[in-house]
Design a protein around this ligand. Structure first.
Ligand code: HEM
Length: 403
């Protein structure tokens, strides 16, 4: 019988993950946590799961979901008055059925697979434009990993090119609320969220006057059985799509480049066999996922990791740990681009499964092989600068030499 372990070692391991040194390589700490017990209790009371099967259960079990507003009010009093929290906690990412079902249906009718597939030639063009501009030593984030996804989602949404760059800092400040929420974090995140919203309100007003063929126009017009998005819902949705559209994909590209440069045999394999791109991107998502964890609450009594858990308990599922579970992936710490059956946990699961997964995959499948083909002498040109966050894993600087 599994026990929920609460111990000094668990506290230390989880505490180390909140610090930059522990975040640099969280994987040995995840492994140790899993060895101690598949389910442990953090100092803040949350139950932490690190096995693949339990991460799947936490994302898929319909008895788990997000905090209903009364519980949120208890945990984070006055949240709705903070633009950063309002824009996060009222988005589809953080709400429950039936509201989630309704919003997801409305956005899915606009953000379709066809719209994403149609972007393929444009993405390939943008990739080439960025590659030809890179020369000598460059910062991979500034030169490629940020501009590509921000331009793709910007073009998709209809955000004019000249306006896009400012969102790098704004979104980074806003998404700090995905980590530990403190008054200092809110002091930076609130104005950033408010600026993003104000900008998108202006864009929505323009598209209402003069619709285009972009996603913002489609969201403004989206209607299912006479139901439409309210102005508040529209702006929250656009902010989430825009932010999620580049923040995570930037990190996927950067994490992938670091992983490949540190595993030169795998880099050469992909360079020789660009046809491996689809499997390679799944493996890179598994190996160092840009979203390391997600949170849920049990609405009723459940059994997770073989342990009976009471309704009201909070969960954190470490997707980054589940992706390295040896019970699911043989030799999990090895990057193996040709690994069979390598579907990662990285896009979550269940009703909140990432809406942008096909777009993120498409961008990475085009960009990574093109980068390797364009620069036969790609190397690291310095130590990458780790982003000081755990839920979102990535780099702030990534010096490379393209030869
Ligand atoms: C590598 C890139 C990406 C990763 C790793 C990623 C990861 C995730 C994960 C783990 C979730 C589920 C969160 C949860 O259940 O709590 C999620 C949800 C979501 N993602 Fe992504 N994402 C990526 C790219 C994108 C892109 C490009 C977009 C939009 C253009 C996007 C839009 C969304 C949205 C709207 C949701 C919420 C869906 C819902 O709650 O119904 N993501 N993503």
């Amino acid at each position: 019988m599994t026990d929920i372990v609460e111990s000094a070692e668990v506290s230390t391991l989880l505490d180390e993950l909140t610090r930059l040194t522990g975040r640099e390589d969280p994987y040995p700490r995840y492994r140790r946590l899993r060895e101690i017990s598949p389910i442990v209790r953090a100092d803040d009371g949350a139950l932490v799961v690190t096995r693949h099967a339990d991460c799947v259960a936490v994302t898929r079990d319909p008895r788990l979901g997000h905090m209903p507003s009364h519980m949120l009010e208890f945990v984070q009093p006055g949240w709705a008055d903070h633009p950063a929290l309002h824009q996060l906690f009222t988005s589809i990412l953080a709400i429950n059925p039936p509201d989630h079902t309704r919003l997801r249906r409305l956005v899915s009718s606009s953000f379709t697979a066809r719209r994403v597939q149609a972007l393929q030639p444009r993405i390939a063009e943008m990739v080439q434009d960025l590659l030809v501009r890179m020369d000598g030593d460059v910062d991979f984030i500034d030169a490629f990993a940020f501009p590509l996804p921000v331009n793709v989602i910007g073009e998709l949404l209809g955000v004019p090119e000249a306006d896009r760059a400012q969102f790098q800092g704004l979104v980074r400040d806003w998404t700090q609320v995905l980590e530990v929420i403190t008054p200092e974090v809110l002091a930076t995140a609130d104005p950033a969220a408010a600026t993003i919203r104000e900008y998108l309100a202006g864009l929505a007003a323009e598209r209402r006057r003069e619709p285009g063929d972009d996603l913002m126009s489609a969201l403004v017009a989206a209607e299912e059985d006479g139901d439409k998005l309210t102005e508040d819902e529209l702006l929250t949705m656009a902010a989430l799509l825009f932010a999620a559209g580049f923040e995570t994909t930037t990190n996927l590209l950067a994490n992938s480049v670091v992983a490949l440069l540190r595993n030169p045999d795998q880099l050469e394999l992909l360079r020789r066999q660009p046809g491996l791109a689809a499997s390679a991107v799944e493996e890179l998502l598994r190996y160092d996922t840009p979203v390391q964890l997600l949170a849920r609450v049990a609405w009723e009594d459940v059994e997770i990791a073989g342990v009976p858990v009471q309704g009201g308990e909070r969960f954190v599922a470490y997707l980054g740990a589940g992706n390295r579970d040896p019970e699911r992936f043989a030799d999990p710490d090895r990057l193996d681009l040709a690994r069979p059956d390598n579907a990662p946990l990285s896009f979550g699961g269940g009703i909140h499964y990432c809406l942008g997964a096909p777009l993120a995959r498409l961008e990475a499948q085009i960009a990574i092989p093109a980068l390797l083909a364009h620069f036969p002498k790609l190397t690291l040109a310095g130590e990458p600068g780790r982003r000081d966050s755990l839920a979102i894993r990535g780099y702030t600087q990534l010096p490379i030499s393209v030869g």
